[in-house]
Design a binder for this molecule. Structure first.
Ligand code: VAH
Length: 310
């Protein structure tokens, strides 16, 4: 069966529900440091788990006879800048524990999320290639770049079947955002529906790579289900959905809420966003495992306003 570590997070919550739908509720064990929402807690087995505790992870793996682990626990970019050492400890030690369980053959497949945050200020910003210069300037980005190196090492050295994608900023409505720099693109919908003026913590022209959560979940399942011999990247695959600025998403929202107002008050997260690419080239994922995103900004806006408006 499958274990999701960090099952109550933004991706983890939706990934757990999607995998339970696909493989059966009792085949997917959800775990996190805290309990999750009702639909997650009521749809299958759940365990409180500290992802930095090797014995605790191993116990759950042995008890439930886990074969695959999706490690979704991490501290995101903005919060990691406030607590660098805690971010490094969580993001790296949780990865070592899962990679070592795979090395010991206690599990046989691992999914680990990387991020466009692995790219830095010296990376080409438009159409960022799969292989390019990467000098991340955030704690989170450094942890993801290092994690990618370790995944590649464990594959080459010990044959660990670990698979990874570099998620862009993810937009979803089933959970509230948690400590990300791209989360303005979620907050803005909640504010628009509350008929309030949105104070955007990024400049209006800050263009970032983004993706609707349904695309991200589909990509995750696709890379985990494809034949191992199709995977040519064992660090992590670039993944692209759409790119937009706060001004562009505002114009899209105004198609349904003409009087929606926004003001721009950049904070410390502007510097994080400025270090990241504006658009991503994901031709390697398209070539190796037939990846193709489906949601653009108009469709994402429509989905967010419709579901949050319920
Ligand atoms: C963050 N949503 O903002 C995450 C993601 C590319 C951004 O890594 O930190």
């Amino acid at each position: 069966s499958i274990l999701i570590i960090g099952a109550c997070g933004q991706i983890g919550t939706e990934l757990t529900l999607a995998l339970r739908e696909r493989y059966g509720n009792d085949q997917v064990v959800a775990s996190d440091i805290r309990e999750g929402n009702e639909s997650l807690m009521e749809s299958g087995p759940f365990e409180i788990l500290d992802a930095t505790n090797y014995e605790a992870v191993e116990n759950i793996v042995m008890h439930y006879e886990i074969e695959e682990v999706y490690l979704m626990a991490a501290m995101l970019s903005a919060t990691a800048e406030k607590f660098p050492m805690r971010a490094w400890d969580l993001n790296m030690n949780s990865l070592f524990h899962v990679l070592n369980l795979a090395k010991e053959k206690k599990i046989n497949k691992v999914f680990w999320p990387s991020s466009i945050a692995v790219f830095g200020p010296t990376t080409p910003k438009e159409g960022t290639p799969q292989h390019t210069i990467m000098e991340p300037s955030t704690v989170y980005g450094i942890s993801k770049q290092s994690g990618e190196r370790w995944c590649s090492y464990y594959f080459k050295k010990y044959g660990v079947d670990v698979r990874s994608v570099r998620y862009p900023g993810l937009i979803s409505w089933k959970t509230l955002p948690g400590g990300g720099t791209t989360d303005y693109a979620i907050d803005i919908f909640h504010t628009a529906l509350a008929n309030k003026k949105y104070k955007c913590f990024l400049n209006e022209g800050t263009k970032l790579p983004m993706m609707y959560m349904d695309d991200a979940i589909r990509a995750t399942i696709a890379i985990m289900e494809c034949d191992a011999d199709k995977i040519t990247e064992r660090s992590s695959y670039n993944l692209a959905g759409m790119s937009f600025t706060p001004a562009e998403i505002t114009n899209c929202i105004r198609k349904q809420f003409p009087s929606f107002e926004i003001e721009y008050e950049p904070d410390f997260r502007q510097e994080i966003a400025d270090s990241w690419p504006s658009s991503i080239d994901d031709s390697a994922a398209q070539r190796d495992w037939d990846w193709k995103s489906q949601f653009d900004l108009d469709q994402t806006t429509e989905e967010m306003l419709r579901n949050l408006g319920k």
